[in-house]
Design a protein around this ligand. Structure first.
Ligand code: NAD
Length: 268
């Protein structure tokens, strides 16, 4: 089996990375940063997101696992003390896999420019540095509302505990193949009206955002990555056909992870 390791880059993470690499090579596994079967991220959720974006072109062949060197992460849920146990489990192979849904995002520019396509593990958000975001939101080609406000966040189920949660969105179990549209400070008064509640869309319900003031530039985030886009014609969001595969070596159910992350963590 071939593996790669992504470290956060601090001293503690680099030391753990070196230990894991040495142990796994002693167990006859091969280090291959180009075509790994297993990617081990060492750091925090941010490191895990970077690992996902580095290898998201080969999701069918690569599984992921996260070790945290700071506080308990949502994706980085193994503690450094568990490394020996984890190495033995990895060396035993084959391992079980758990799949979670992803967000498929396409940004269409005006005048037939280059179309940008992304997969997000957590979410995308659409904002602007120039006043309010004003856009038409449609679902399955039906106009739903004209949104005015700071922006919108469209998240995956596993991303529902990240930015989405801070915006008042619901926490969605990753067995529900869905995306969630959450408002960021919408303007609601006698003149302007939005639904005001998060919307949870099932697979195949494409959500389309069409800017009204198309001369504005948009700040579009995809997980930890932010880009500035001019001349945006439309942004399409849907449940991706691809999924992320987590290597599963022990049970740590989603609701237990939510509890330990947000209610009380007796693991660290
Ligand atoms: P960061 O360093 O600002 O980390 C943000 C926090 O989000 C970290 O504590 C991380 O552990 C946590 N996090 C990441 N994914 C999570 C998930 N799925 N469930 C629960 N917590 C999660 O930024 P970063 O490390 O570059 O991570 C980018 C992520 O930060 C974005 O995908 C977004 O979800 C999140 N974010 C959150 C807020 C907010 O809560 N107000 C604002 C902006 C971005």
């Amino acid at each position: 089996m071939k593996f790669a390791i992504k470290s956060k880059g601090d001293e503690k993470s680099n030391q753990i990375r070196a230990r894991i690499e040495q142990y796994l090579i002693e167990f006859d596994l091969i280090y291959d940063s180009e075509e790994p079967d297993l990617v081990i991220s060492v750091g925090g959720d941010g490191t895990f997101l970077e690992a996902f974006h580095t290898y998201n072109h080969r999701l069918r062949d690569t599984a992921f696992i996260g070790i945290h060197t700071g506080h308990l992460g949502f994706y980085a849920d193994w503690v450094p003390d568990e490394i020996e146990k984890l190495i033995i489990e990895i060396a035993k192979k084959p391992f079980q896999v758990v799949e979670y849904p992803l967000l498929d995002l396409t940004i269409y520019p005006k005048n037939g420019g280059k179309v940008d396509h992304f997969l997000a593990l957590n979410e995308c958000s659409v904002k602007t540095a120039e006043g309010s975001v004003v856009l038409d939101l449609s679902i399955k080609d039906e106009h739903f509302e004209r949104f005015r406000g700071d922006g919108l966040c469209i998240s995956t189920p596993s991303g529902s505990t990240a930015y989405n949660k801070a915006l008042g969105g619901g926490i969605i179990h990753p067995s529900l193949e869905s995306i969630q549209v959450t408002e960021i400070a919408s303007i609601n008064n006698r003149v302007f009206r939005t639904i005001g509640s998060p919307l949870i869309l099932p697979k195949h319900h494409v959500c389309k955002l069409e800017p009204i003031h198309d001369e504005r530039s948009f700040l579009i985030t995809v997980d930890h990555i932010t880009g500035t886009y001019n001349n945006v014609d439309a942004i399409e969001c849907k449940v991706a056909s691809e999924k992320i595969r987590f290597a599963r070596f022990r049970s740590f159910p989603f609701w237990k992870r939510v509890h330990d992350s947000f209610v009380s963590d007796d693991r660290t």
